[in-house]
Design a protein around this ligand. Sequence first.
Ligand code: SAM
Length: 268
Amino acid sequence: MSAHGNHKPRKRFGQNFLVDGSIIERIIDAINPAPDDAMVEIGPGQGALTRHLVASGVDLHVIEIDRDLAAALPTTVPGLKPENIHVGDALKMDPTSVVPTRAGQKLRVVGNLPYNISTPLLAHLLDFTGGIQDMHFMLQKEVVDRITTAPGSKAYGRLTLLCQYYCAAIPLFPVPPEAFSPAPRVDSAFFRLTPHPAPPVEVQDHALFQQVVAQAFSKRRKTLRNSLAPMMNAEMIAEAGIDASLRAEALSMEDYAALTAVVAHYQQ
Ligand code: SAM
């Protein structure tokens, strides 16, 4: 029998199962589950993390898209309550409504996520940060670098600004391909997102903020004068207090908020 029992890993569901015990231990330590936590795991798979989370005493709920794996979970993870197994697409579910919480309690979200849907899944989860205490995820290292970096770096971009608008983003540790079966072709990393109590910048129109960011990074090697031209001219950029000869990656979140305010003003 293979490391997966009779299950043939499904590429379309991003199935790379964790098999390295020391990495699994580091992940559980970083999550630090407590019996009082309300927790949901996205993509429990064959239970590599799930069995340790359940053993910690936390009342764990899981969301799994693969019906076969979900059906096997009561056997692969004996302590997991069958009613806590939610079969479905995490992209289409509100995690905060899947798990019952006490008044004032926020949800903890964890998972070794399917890499093929990493950006849409993160964008989806960020919609629910009002009800979330923290999120601990594994993703490809290149994506974790983009999420957790700072202005001025190559990795800085739309995903950085999207995630860091909602959350403090901390890289925790890298994970090599050999920690999984089958081994992914990329390096991975484990990281933490902690939702801000309030956004770090004041933005009236968040959709417009994202449009300005997307426009600026659409030509990341060009100056802002050039990349932002479809939305604003050099005078408007100067009005926001920004040098139009800079590139998108030089600007902080505050700078993008200032640009958004000027665009909003001229749209009135
Ligand atoms: N947690 C397991 C582990 O660490 O070994 C499995 C991780 S594997 C990278 C990703 C898991 O997410 C798989 O079990 C896969 O079936 C599941 N999955 C993929 N797409 C999903 C989706 N849209 N909603 C919920 N689960 C999904």
